[in-house]
Design a binder for this molecule. Structure first.
Ligand code: NDP
Length: 481
């Protein structure tokens, strides 16, 4: 009997994904370059469902029903290309190759073209939720040809996480769309984590609270609008004590944050598209700053603080201010991320439904949160919503916290507490709502030194001032007047 789905690449992610399919009653063909991994999957979990082992890629391909559905879950990059090359000659017209690794979306676009030349379907599929998600239900973001989703979609929806009975999986869009939204998901995750870290720092430095006390605050916050996986695990981490020293666990960790690159990709793409995602960018740079060891050493010695003491008279009011500032900054970060999705969708003709993105991120993935329901509702009210922040619900929610947000950012600046994501989000908020921006002066400067021209508030067309001559205004094609 042939298998309905195949997984090649049986490290932690592939193994768990294969088990997830098996748990849902599918006959799953499994393969790994190094045979030992296949053997250990069958030995450790073979009794959990219907697995078909194989000792070669040929055997694996032959064990699948047609059109074949083959999930590649190997090390992203060269590993994925190597497996694809090996697979191509073994497959037949109409077979579906699914890359579930963390591919960079331009690679997915390139791979889809290559496979299309061989009359094969390629589905670049974002999978979020880590190993636990892969096993118990991830958030799944499949792109590629819409017709592939017809055969693949129902299986994927079945093994995905579910919230209120709704699967956290939907068709995203052509070629690189799935991996693109997975990338932005990860970027938003960077921003969310940085904002939480800043809130922790503010509470610690403002209140002089220790990790256990802050854990309690996060636990309380997790019962309100901020309820989310990241807030929940933050409380758990902060409450944890180091076995070796008996100190709060967070206090014994070296303060240098690492990254695997999806935040960087998100920011690079936003720069290309010209979309201001300041929250994600600050979060990415904050990790880089933390890892700038020689610079930090030099600065620690040389740079004075000249900061004021942060005198907090009402502790509860301060905690509420931090909570409101965190929520407002978080809305900004998500609004920016959804803006980036909209811009990329327009640029690539992906036709991505932003409300559906928020819906499939409610479960299975790292940024899962109650608040995503609000985003889905916002796009249901207006699918073309130009700015998430401008949805009435968010306008009100952020508006209610505005005074608190300003108090926190100003207080942090006076006290010398770095809040790059809180403060840049507030600057974005004030920038995007400004009646008039100093960008007018930038245009004038550009015209002065580079004759880059400017547009007027009271006339159509492009104008230039003869700065080095008589400073008269000229316009393209006609004398200005
Ligand atoms: P790894 O990224 O550690 O990759 C190891 C697997 O890739 C092994 O099965 C290995 O085979 C295989 N592999 C590497 N190079 C080749 C090659 N040239 N040819 C054939 N096979 C190769 O595994 P993970 O399970 O951690 O992750 C798999 C994918 O999932 C990655 O793309 C990763 O980025 C992504 N991922 C996603 C997460 C998420 O939350 N969505 C979390 C973690 C990972 P062998 O055993 O023979 O060495």
């Amino acid at each position: 009997e042939l298998a309905q789905i195949g997984v090649t690449g049986l490290a932690v992610m592939g193994r768990n994904l294969a088990r997830n399919f098996a748990h849902h009653g599918y006959r799953v063909a499994v393969h790994n370059r190094t045979q030992a991994r296949t053997d250990s999957l069958l030995a450790d979990h073979g009794d959990e469902g219907d697995f078909v082992g194989s000792s070669s890629l040929e055997e694996f391909v032959q064990s699948l029903e047609r059109p074949r559905r083959i999930i590649i879950m190997v090390k992203a990059g060269a590993g994925t290309d190597a497996v694809i090359e090996e697979l191509i000659p073994l497959l037949e017209s109409g077979d579906i190759v699914i890359d579930a690794g963390n591919a960079h979306f331009p690679d997915t676009v390139r791979r889809e073209k290559l496979l299309a030349e061989h009359d094969l379907h390629f589905v670049g599929m974002g999978v979020s939720g880590g190993e636990e998600g892969a096993l118990k239900g991830p958030s799944i973001m499949p792109g590629g040809p819409a017709e592939s989703y017809e055969s693949l979609g129902p299986m994927l929806e079945e093994i995905s996480a579910h919230v209120d009975g709704v699967p956290c999986c939907t068709y995203i869009g052509p070629d690189g769309a799935g991996h693109f939204v997975k990338m932005v998901h990860n970027g938003i995750e960077y921003a969310d984590m940085q904002l939480i870290a800043e809130a922790y720092d503010l509470l610690g430095r403002g209140l002089g609270a220790d990790a256990a006390e802050i854990a309690g605050i996060f636990r309380t916050w997790n019962e309100g609008d901020l309820e989310s996986f990241l807030i929940e695990i933050t409380a758990e981490v902060l409450a944890h004590t180091d076995d070796r020293t008996g100190k709060p666990f967070v206090d014994i960790i070296l303060d240098q944050a690492e990254q695997k690159g999806t935040g960087r990709w998100t920011v690079q793409n936003a720069l290309d598209l010209g979309v201001p995602i300041t929250g994600i960018a600050e979060a990415t740079f904050a990790r880089a700053l933390s890892g700038s060891v020689p610079q930090r050493e030099a600065a620690r010695e040389a740079l004075p603080a000249d900061a004021e003491e942060w005198v907090i008279e009402d502790r509860d009011a301060f905690i509420e201010d931090v909570r409101l500032a965190l929520y407002a900054s978080k809305v900004v970060a998500y609004s920016q991320g959804f803006d980036q999705i909209a811009a990329a969708s327009r640029e690539n003709d992906w036709n991505i439904d932003r409300g559906a993105m928020a819906r499939i991120w409610r479960g299975g993935c790292i940024i899962r949160a109650r608040f995503l329901n609000r985003i889905t509702e916002a796009y249901e009210r207006d699918p073309e919503l130009p700015l998430l922040l401008a949805d009435p619900y968010f306008t009100e929610a952020v508006g209610n916290g505005l005074a608190a947000w300003r108090r926190i950012v100003a207080g942090a600046a006076r006290a010398g507490v770095p809040t790059p994501a809180f403060s840049s989000s507030l600057a974005y908020y004030d920038g995007i709502r400004a009646q008039r921006l100093p960008a007018a002066l930038i245009q004038a400067q550009r015209d002065f030194f580079g004759a880059h021209t400017y547009r007027r508030v009271d006339d159509e067309g492009a104008f230039h001032v003869e700065w080095s001559l008589d400073r008269s205004e000229t316009s393209e094609g006609r004398p200005a007047g």
